[in-house]
Design a protein around this ligand. Sequence first.
Ligand code: NAD
Length: 697
Amino acid sequence: MSANFEVRGDVAVITLDNPPVNGLGYETRRGIVDGLDKALADAKVKAIVVTGAGKAFSGGADIREFGSPKAIAEPNLLSVIAALEASPKPIVAAVHSVAMGGGLELALGCHYRVAAAGAQIALPEVKIGLIPGAGGTQRLPRVLGVETALNMIVSGEPVKSEMLAKLPGQKLFDKIVEGDIVDAAVAFAREKADARPLPIVSKLKVEYPNADAYFQFARNTVGAMSRNFPAPLKCVDAVAASTKLKFEDGMKLERELFMALMLTPESKALRHAFVAERATTKIPDVPADTPTRAIKKVAMIGAGTMGGGIAMNFLNAGIPVVMLEMKQEALDKGVGIMRKNYEAQVKKGKLKQDKLDERIGLLSTTLKYDDLKDADLVIEAVFEDMAVKEQVFKTLDEVMKPGAILASNTSTLDLDKIASFTKRPEDVIGMHFFSPANVMKLLEVVRGKKTAKDVLATVMQLGKKIKKTTVVSGVTDGFIGNRMIEQYSRQAGFLLEEGATPQQVDKAMEKFGMAMGPFRMGDLAGNDVGWYIRKRRYIEKPDIRYSKTADLLCEMGRFGQKTGAGWYDYVAGKRDAIPSKAVTDMIEKHRADLGITARKIGDDEIVQRLVYALVNEGAKIVDEGIAMRASDIDMVYLAGYGFPLFRGGPMNYADQKGLFNVVQSMKRFAANPLDDQKFWQPAPLLAKLAAEGKSFS
Ligand SMILES: NC(=O)c1ccc[n+]([C@@H]2O[C@H](COP(=O)([O-])OP(=O)(O)OC[C@H]3O[C@@H](n4cnc5c(N)ncnc54)[C@H](O)[C@@H]3O)[C@@H](O)[C@H]2O)c1
């Protein structure tokens, strides 16, 4: 039973006990109802307290039950709440730490609520594409008023208990208490033992004059802000119902909207991403209790584009950083950029001046390796050149204290080879940040053949501390994200040869939801980066077909925004991508040289060819054990490549389309003589899953 029962004198205490956050799984729900039965049967008991053990009142639904029959087995949450509300003896919710989703709805079913100061109160269902489904949309407006309730339900954001308790006229909390919350709730319950009639939230009236005008306004604002996400507007509909319909009818509408949202691809995608995000840190052979190394000081080699951004992550987390460069000017330049970044945040009101001083105060710089030796972790972000990396890692091996973790931010080089330059390859790991490293959420943690388990566990934990989405990748060219993007870019190139323009491809992908189409992305990142990589890679593998348009573009000196011209033209000081005549001419000439007559290509074909290119390579990456699971790949794309959240990542998108259909499309693409037949050979894992009618998840 995941709820405990005790009687303290004349008050029964039911304590939810389902770590980590007292999720309202089947056993916990049963436990509450059993406790209630006992309390009602015991003549000694005059009042009842409901609370949660450990670090939460309740975090809401138990995500481990998602989609299983247990999630709706009776007593379901609605039935539990109805039972509490109908209790003839007063029930007090003792809310502390966290009361979210179903947890808050449970508390709203109680007659009274006392809360510890600082408790986080939220109805976050909208974040997984749903609306609250156990009366939240009908009861919260009754205790907080329509506007506050709607704000909380539409945003899903937590609000501190004491803030809500201060709102005029609120009926959510009867009391905010300091000190032991359960003792206080028991005392409060005793006070209310004889109070009758018992206050029942569902019986309260929602008074809201001008409701129609307000909800019209709310629909306009919410609609404009939630393009591609159906749930927020449904939140408005449900809350509006609380002002118009009888409670029971409002509940019926809430249920209908909830069930309909459950089936939307957007909610499926958001729920997938929610679970996927939590799964990334689970490493089968590195259990959660693996000891970690203390990281109290970080050393950074290189103060360039990446070095500065990476260092900021640690300064923001309060970890001192010592940064090394070859020349004082490079240090000055790097630190200057970091300072400017911080100052921009101060200007925008996102950072206080004293915090800026504090963070910069944690940074020191040096030209001597000797000053790094006591750091617990050193991250190298020097030029992408094996010879330079070799020299750096050999030196680090000599100077760093035993047990220090030696990390490389390389994007393309073989981490195992880098590790082999040291006598301690077990301490070497890849930490692949994305640019700008102080902003981008993704961190690929590259596990080398010899990387020690505690090194991996430490870096995963550190990733969380610096608020990154941390995904483990094995050693492979480009790791997970860039290895896949190469296939995406190859398809984008073929599309140009066959008749598409860069702007058409970008538009189609942006309409699909990508933050940026492939060509605008190239212009932002610098087309020369890919050019350099292609020269290395495709000389080694001359049988790989790719479109030469990108090379021709670079031969024209069009490296992207930094040179004022790339796939598009740019006006100095602006980032608007203007279609370029020179580029169109180049593509047309190239097409003519290849003897290709342009054809009209639909947006659907563009999206499918680009996304399925990711999917097929992703399947290979899972099959090879480079990624631990398909959902990790989705997290890489959601956190690092601007893949639309409402589509849940490329692998989830393929799952939702049905892998059989994905393979059928690939067969069609393979039949196109201008495409690459080998390219569309389904990866063995994809072919197998499609044949068995299964999905990646
Ligand atoms: N730029 C990106 O988008 C990106 C993204 C992920 C990873 N990376 C990787 O990060 C690394 C650095 O890339 P960057 O874009 O910051 O390059 P950058 O040229 O901006 O910076 C490199 C810095 O390293 C310094 N440096 C070179 N050799 C050194 C040495 N021996 N000792 C000390 N300092 C030295 C240089 O002076 C320069 O300031 C590369 O391995 C790159 O592949 C880059």
